[in-house]
Design a protein around this ligand. Structure first.
Ligand code: GRF
Length: 212
């Protein structure tokens, strides 16, 4: 059984997509061993509890030093038996201790086609506001491997979504979630669960699935 830990901060729709794909078998032989949030109020924690998934709330400010936070977060994830860490709407800065413990095995979903509209300050609705301001005709979402720099690691999957003339940031965010995020993140988890991901020389590749 492949085990994953999911880090959340908000509504948890990306977490829900993974829960649903595990339930319908799209993601095979996989279990969410733990959901961790930095926000006790995150609705994602309700989603986890409803699915019978253990949860933990860990807030960086509760620790005397960033290193103690990093060690505590890494410990609780490792103790859950997780082999992959998934950032799903996670607004926590990922500590170096966790990155060192899970080299090339932390993934993040970002609501744009990286390298556009990413980096410091680009999260949630802001990403879509900036895309509309710039007047791009296509945006989308990206799943990437997490490294020490924000939204920077090797790109694993991307999916384009058309920007419509009548779009608001809200309508665009919802379409990107529906058409890209909720599709790509489960696809990435499935690939890891099936051992089809390789990361080499800063490039990430997913090997095609073998014909049934
Ligand atoms: C989404 O836009 C996601 O791309 C970003 O956080 C937002 C909320 O995600 N990372 P979720 O509903 O909490 O999964």
């Amino acid at each position: 059984m492949y085990k994953i830990a999911v880090l959340v901060s908000g509504g948890g729709t990306n977490l829900q997509a993974i829960i649903d794909r595990i339930a319908d078998g799209t993601i095979p032989d996989t279990k969410i061993s733990l959901v961790v949030s930095n926000r006790r109020s995150a609705y994602a924690l309700e989603r986890a509890a409803s699915a019978g998934i253990p949860t933990s709330v860990i807030h960086p400010k509760k620790f005397e030093t960033p290193a103690l936070f990093g060690e505590a977060l890494t410990r609780v994830i490792a103790e859950s038996g997780a082999q992959l860490v998934v950032l799903a709407g996670c607004l926590m800065t990922i500590p170096p201790e966790l990155i060192r413990a899970y080299p090339d095995r932390i993934i993040n979903i970002h609501p744009s086609l990286i390298p556009s509209f990413c980096g410091k300050g680009y999260y949630g609705l802001t990403v879509h506001e900036k895309a509309l301001e710039r007047g791009v005709k296509v945006t989308g979402a990206t799943v990437h491997i997490v490294d020490e720099r924000l939204d920077h690691g090797p790109i694993l999957l991307q999916k384009a979504v058309e920007v419509l003339p009548e779009d608001t940031p809200e309508t665009l965010q919802l379409r990107v979630m529906q058409q890209a995020e909720w599709v790509l993140l489960p696809q990435a988890v499935r690939a890891f669960a099936q051992g089809r991901v390789t990361v080499k020389d800063g490039q990430a590749q997913i090997c095609p699935e073998e014909a049934e």
